[in-house]
Design a protein around this ligand. Structure first.
Ligand SMILES: Nc1ncnc2c1ncn2[C@@H]1O[C@H](COP(=O)(O)OP(=O)(O)O)[C@@H](O)[C@H]1O
Ligand SMILES: [Mg+2]
Length: 502
């Protein structure tokens, strides 16, 4: 059963219930105003019109009627009439006897001078013996019997009862009021039904339609239901879910795009050395190398290209593993200064060969600065950075400044060279894979464009940050931070730390 039908049923139920309640109340009200339960029964009976008097009044009336038929002249007897009137008065009614147009007896119950005029005329056929009339605001019901006295005069006997004007009024107004009330109830119910339908059923339908759209794979829409009720909350949750889905789908698409690009870059970068190797090898096969020197040169080039290729494959492999977060980080307590010394020591041959001076700017008077590091990987990152400084150096007075700053949380290392610098427009991209600021120069110097991308993966894998500042023509500064180890000055700063990260 749909909510719509349920709502309709419940509203109709409420409507019927309220009507019943209303009828019950109206009934009780009538009993209260007329004073007896028969009043209720008589309230709308046709019988009521014909028989507007109560049973006792009616029986007295019948007695009077039979007397008027059998011995009409006894209705001249004032004592008798007073007696009857007394009986009637006990049931709140009164007697009125008319001869021709003059009253013989009029119960003083009524105190109504206009009664004579209000009463119906003589009618021997007695076609309408029961009816009501009103004098000004007051309502009366009567039973009448017309007869002839023995002398032929027209006589009428009336049993009259004054009725509550309120009862009469409600009798008249009740149908109108009832219709009005029912109308109001129906209209109110319709409005309520519409309201609930709008605030519940419609949003639910919208939600369903949205779910269907998602099912069809369409996530590019916005569910905009700004109500504050449960349905609003549900819609909000639904909208959040849609956004998450959309994000994850677009992330997946981007990843896919990334991977495609990576593969195309890799193929391109592998092809260059392979083409060279192929060319030189073909030269040898074709007998171009007719002298031993030429052969040696060709083989030398092939060897160098193979070494390049090996390095490239190695870097690609490392980068892709880092990118997929497949290499675990084995973090150990490491003294940052000693570690940097080790790195520089490793490059000493390269540095001396190119007569590059490394100038250390050690923080004054400090002990060991312990950081958490995967030494092997971190060395790789630092060597990539210093390697760039060495590789791109273009000044006669070559210099690399190493400085270290520490705060309670982290250690920041700066590696500054006085090389060519990096153009500002290239600076934001140098940490992206395969990015080379000046491809023509890089072609000369060699390099995959993966060095800094690998360095960034490694530094971020340590929970650190890497960035660069550069002034073209003046030099480049590469900075990276590493989180400090909490308990400094331990017995063995190079000791293993049971913290493995992946
Ligand atoms: N110290 C530096 N001086 C000048 N340019 C640099 C320096 N370090 C990096 N770059 C620029 O950033 C680019 C990216 O560096 P990297 O990722 O190591 O790739 P590459 O294999 O080209 O060295 C380099 O191609 C170079 O243009
Ligand atoms: Mg490099």
């Amino acid at each position: 059963m749909s909510i719509r039908v349920k709502l309709l049923l419940s509203y109709t139920g409420m409507l019927v219930l309220s009507l019943l309640m209303f009828i019950l109340t109206a009934g009780l009200f009538t009993i209260a105003s007329t004073g007896d339960i028969h009043g209720l029964r008589d309230f709308y009976k046709v019988h009521y019109r014909l028989n507007p008097l109560t049973e006792q009044e009616e029986s007295i009336f019948l007695e009077l009627k039979s007397m008027a038929k059998s011995e009409p002249d006894s209705l001249h007897d004032e004592a008798l009439l007073r007696d009857y009137d007394f009986k009637l008065r006990t049931v709140r009614a009164g007697l009125y006897v008319r001869r021709e147009n003059d009253p013989i007896f009029a119960s003083y119950t009524f105190h109504q001078p206009e009664l004579d005029k209000a009463l119906p005329p003589y009618d021997l056929n007695n076609s309408q013996i029961r009816n009501t009339f009103n004098i000004n605001e007051r309502f009366y019901a009567y039973a009448k019997f017309d007869f002839t006295f023995t002398d032929g005069a027209k006589g009428s006997v009336f049993v009259i009862r004054e009725r509550s004007p309120f009862a009469e009024l409600s009798r008249k107004l009740l149908p109108v009021l009832s219709l009005l009330l029912i109308g109001t109830l129906v209209v109110a119910n319709m409005l309520l039904y519409r309201w609930i339908t709008r605030s519940v059923v419609k949003p639910l339908n919208l939600l369903r339609a949205s779910a269907e759209r998602i099912q069809e794979g369409n996530l590019q829409f916005k569910l905009d239901l700004r109500s504050q009720d449960e349905i609003g909350l549900l819609s909000e949750a639904f909208e959040n879910m849609r956004q998450r889905l959309e994000q994850s789908v677009s992330l997946r698409l981007r990843d896919e795009e990334n991977r495609k690009e990576l593969i195309s870059n890799i193929s391109h970068d592998l092809r260059t050395p392979i083409t060279s190797i192929k060319g030189y090898a073909e030269g040898i096969l074709d007998g171009v190398t007719n002298t031993p020197e030429k052969l040696e040169r060709y083989v030398g080039i092939i060897h160098a290209k193979a070494v390049d290729l090996d390095k490239l494959v190695d870097e690609l492999f490392l980068y892709s593993k880092l990118d997929l977060k497949q290499v675990p980080f084995t973090l150990e307590r490491t003294d940052a200064m000693r570690f940097l010394d080790d790195c520089i020591e490793e490059l000493r041959y390269d540095l001396e060969e190119r007569s590059i001076a490394v100038v250390w700017d050690r923080p004054p008077g400090s002990g060991p600065l312990t950081v958490k590091a995967d030494r092997e990987k971190l060395k790789r990152a630092v060597l990539n950075m210093i390697g760039n400084a060495v590789k791109y150096m273009d000044k006669p007075d070559k210099r690399i400044d190493v400085s270290l700053r520490a705060n309670p949380e982290s250690v920041t290392v700066e590696l500054r060279d006085n090389g060519p610098g990096i153009p500002p427009e290239a600076l934001p991209y140098i940490f992206e894979r395969f990015y080379r600021a000046e491809p023509s120069r890089s072609a000369l110097t060699g390099g995959s464009g993966l060095g800094l991308a690998i360095a960034r993966q490694i530094i971020e894998g340590h929970g650190g940050r890497i960035w660069a500042e550069s002034e073209p023509g003046v030099g480049t500064s590469l900075f990276f931070t590493l989180p400090r180890h909490a308990h400094e000055g331990g017995a063995d700063p190079h000791g293993p730390l049971a913290d493995h990260r992946g």
